[in-house]
Write a new protein. Structure first.
Length: 306
């Protein structure tokens, strides 16, 4: 069983406006509402791949109820803490001659509500995996990732962490099964510029020496690279084509990798499935569907870009 945590989920309200003006009222041509949040994205792709999982985190107000209902409609299992005040954030995305994104801050989360989430984590058993992904809202303590892993690290649970900076570095001592920086984030950690595949290999190895069991580095247009806990180094390219959206690609890659590892316990296959899911989402208007993932899996474009 895989559990994901999303501390600050959102509804994305997308408005399509033909010609955006600042001197008059604008009227949309169409609108869509999507749910979002890195952990939730991981849960969605895992569910579409048939991997049992559950999404944890915080929701609040009418927007939180709507988000939860939308997830249930898509057969995503959830067990959120319902906050007593505030609203799950609604992010406004305006698509016109240019794209404008306005991301909300999100609700306040009390110490008692944090404790409620920590109590829910007690349902996780040995052999399960917990995914912590993304930044944390400013109402939570800076060491919340560390507190969670400290609570669970002696219970035989695997941890996958997709975070940046100190949020990531402070949990390496708990030996996460997987971390997933991109190549820019990898460089930022060590205050260097990543110029080539050898740099990725070198600095990913340093993170491994600090505690990470497997380091998956997404490389944007150049694909991905993995240094596994057995000392193997693998690279994977991308499919050529026009990208529709980069939103959720990294989350899809993370989900695909964990699904591949769950299915076959083979790192090369896990990297391939992760790359398939990331590519499929890149060419989709939203997170990739099972059909899009299956179609992408049939392509023979996964070549070594190292």
């Amino acid at each position: 069983m895989i559990y994901t945590v999303t501390f600050n989920p959102a509804l994305d309200y997308v408005m399509n406006v033909k010609n955006l003006r600042t001197d008059d009222i604008n009227r949309t041509e169409s609108e869509q509402i999507f749910y979002g949040g890195k952990g939730i994205n991981v849960s969605v792709i895992l569910s579409r791949l048939g991997i049992e999982n559950k999404a944890l985190g915080f929701v609040a107000g009418f927007s939180g109820i709507q988000l939860e209902d939308m997830l249930k409609t898509d057969n995503i299992k959830t067990d959120f803490v319902h906050l007593s005040k505030g609203y799950t954030r609604i992010n406004v995305k305006i698509k016109s001659q240019q794209e404008i994104d306005i991301n909300a801050q999100g609700p306040n989360i009390s110490a008692q509500e944090v404790s409620a989430l920590l109590n829910k984590l007690d349902q996780i058993n040995a052999g399960d995996c917990l995914v912590l992904a993304g930044s944390i809202p400013n109402t939570l303590p800076d060491d919340i990732y560390e507190k969670i892993l400290q609570k669970l690290h002696n219970k035989g649970i695997d941890f996958a962490v997709d975070a940046t900076g100190d949020l990531l570095l402070n949990v390496l001592k708990y030996k996460p099964i997987l971390i997933k920086p991109n190549h820019h984030e990898l460089g930022d950690i060590f205050s260097v510029k990543i110029n080539n595949i050898e740099d990725i290999k070198s600095y990913a190895k340093k993170l491994q020496e600090m505690g990470a069991r497997n380091v998956l580095v997404s490389r944007g247009k150049d694909g991905a690279a993995l240094i596994d806990e057995n000392g193997g180094f693998h690279t994977m390219g991308n499919v050529p084509g026009k990208i529709k959206s980069s939103v959720g690609c990294g989350d899809s890659m993370l989900a695909g990798f964990l699904a591949g590892l769950t299915e076959k316990e083979d790192y090369e296959y896990a990297l391939k499935l992760g790359s398939v899911c990331g590519n499929a989402t890149a060419f989709s208007e939203n997170l990739a569907t099972k059909e899009e993932i299956d179609e992408m899996m049939n392509h023979e474009f996964f070549t070594d870009k190292g």
